[in-house]
Design a protein around this ligand. Sequence first.
Ligand code: ZN
Length: 450
Amino acid sequence: MSTPDTLSTAALTADDFAHATTSMLGLMRDLYPMCRSITGPGTRSTLARIGRTIPLQLTEVPTGTPVFDWAVPREWSIEDAYLEHESGRRFAEFQRSNLHVVSYSVPVDTVMPLSALRERLHTLPQHPNWIPWRSSYYRDDWGFCLSENERAAMPDGQYRAVIRSRLQDGSLSLAEFVHRGETDEEVLLFAHTCHPSLCNDNLSGIAVATQVATWLAGRRTRYTYRVLFAPATIGSITWLALNQARLARVRHGLVLAMLGDGSALKYHRTKSGGSAIDRAAECALRGAQAAATMLDFSPWGFDERQFNMPGFRLAVGRLTRALPGSYPEEHTSADTMDVIEPASLQSAWLAVLRIFEVLEGDRRYLNLAPHGEPQLGRRGLYRQSGGHYDNVPERHLALLWLLQFSDGEHSLLDIAERSGLDFGLLASCASDLQRAALLAPVPAPAPAQD
Ligand code: ZN
């Protein structure tokens, strides 16, 4: 096991990785059957299951609560739904898949011919075995989703369409895991919780966020970490509305979404493109274990859209794999555990930890022997004893970079960017130099903010 109070990812063992992956997959399997939506019992049971892994603070925000240009909607719940042909044969049965009913469908019990029903049936002709996922959150409507093959098998005649749902005053559920650090400055992680039986979008984000929280628990950190589980869009807007007075504390943020598929890891920058979290991500994710492609901010993204809006200007980036619209299984019944690659979940988890490692470790040092290079050999810093140093040339290089640039102005992140050296290596060498009384941390906090 890694030492509980260190944020160094170098200390992670093969056991740590295996345990993290098993626990993320287990959580996803448990959550998969639940009928999540932007509100309702399926979302609440999801939060309850996450709450068995990490402690959560729950907030129920009543229907009608004004949140900026929106209002918290009525709560939606559903017991059953199906289409029953006059022969008694049933189609699009909710009990077989919760994707069969358009999310937020109003209650219905009506009879109509197939010709009239057709406009309420959604299929994916290009993938005739898959059921699409559709929603109608902000417009009273109803409909069914089914595979093209199932629709083709529906005989002509009369159908009874039954949706046993309820739309009534209730609440929207938000959940937060908070890890208190030495300061009130916060790092925000966000995962959306509103998709029903769909794995990559959104269970992978939930699983990685939960596993990051597990890793943070019990460790000493400089920042306070807040992991927020909420429905997309209305959830982040609601949280922002309720927490306006404390938003100034949020220094960095990361939205986690679509992290389990086999495509390359990607980091979407914040709107400014040069925020500390962008720099930390770029520096942390160039290693082979969790390498990511860097992409610019787009106003057509996930919930980082809300956090970056001009009214908030929070530096929130996004870690993701498949881009919206780029994987055919997105928002269909094919987004199952089969899409999920354990190695993808694992490296996404590591990627978040590596970003946090940089945010936590970034500080400035002062060279206490700045008049020429100090004699490192005399202090045992150049000597390789019993394989103590795994990579001597890089380590020597790191010591020289640190001594040269520890002028009180350059932070470790600055030095990592300029040298191309691994941040963890520089941080570890800085500790060695500090122990040898050659470096002292500058008391002021590192330039970790924009
Ligand atoms: Zn989605």
